[in-house]
Write a new protein. Structure first.
Ligand code: HEC
Length: 151
């Protein structure tokens, strides 16, 4: 077997695999993380009228970055107006209640702020850490008024 006869090649192969693993750890793909949001917000970001609000064209997504970060970290309790329509549901922290790393949060938020025609600045891991610190100890989901007070 050539893999046995070529220890150097084996070493390079292993090095390449671990390098790509480390790279994947450092920079998760926003599109891949977004799969966790699609049962409710849909792959095209349009949501489901009356139940799940759209992310495409939403000023909650493209406005001050602390707001969507706070929604993901702590959840959201309606009522909430999105693009002129009223919603009165609840979103769990992280959408599913299952925690995400700061890198995953930055990636998914950058994805939703720059997809489906949304044009907003990317979100950094430092942004997530800042809002985590600012909202530390919070145990309740955010209300619309509390989100509007964040900037
Ligand atoms: C189980 C369903 C569900 C999942 C999964 C979910 N959300 Fe939500 N999300 C909601 C609901 C419901 C609301 C609105 C709550 C209300 O009615 O006040 C909402 C609101 C939002 C809002 C603010 C309103 C808007 O439309 O702009 C953002 C931003 C958001 N979600 C982002 C995400 C992201 C990003 C993910 C994936 C990481 C995610 N959500 C996963 C149900 C979900």
């Amino acid at each position: 077997m050539s893999i046995v006869r070529s220890p150097l090649r084996t070493l390079l192969l292993l090095f390449g695999l671990s390098a790509s693993y480390l790279h994947a750890q450092a920079a998760p793909s926003g599109a891949a993380v977004f799969v966790r949001c699609t049962p409710c917000h849909q792959a095209n970001g349009a949501g489901i009228p009356g139940a799940f609000p759209p992310l495409a064209g939403s000023s909650w997504v493209t406005g001050p970055v602390d707001r969507p970060i706070a929604i993901l970290l702590h959840g959201l309790q309606g009522p909430l107006t999105v693009s002129g329509a009223s919603y009165n549901g609840v979103m769990l922290p992280y959408g599913t209640g299952v925690a995400m790393t700061d890198a995953e949060l930055a990636a998914v938020l950058t994805y939703i702020r720059t997809t489906w025609g949304n044009r907003a600045t990317p979100v950094t891991v430092a942004d997530i850490a800042r809002v985590r610190a600012k909202t530390k100890g919070r145990t309740k989901p955010f209300s619309e008024a509390e989100l509007l007070a964040l900037r």
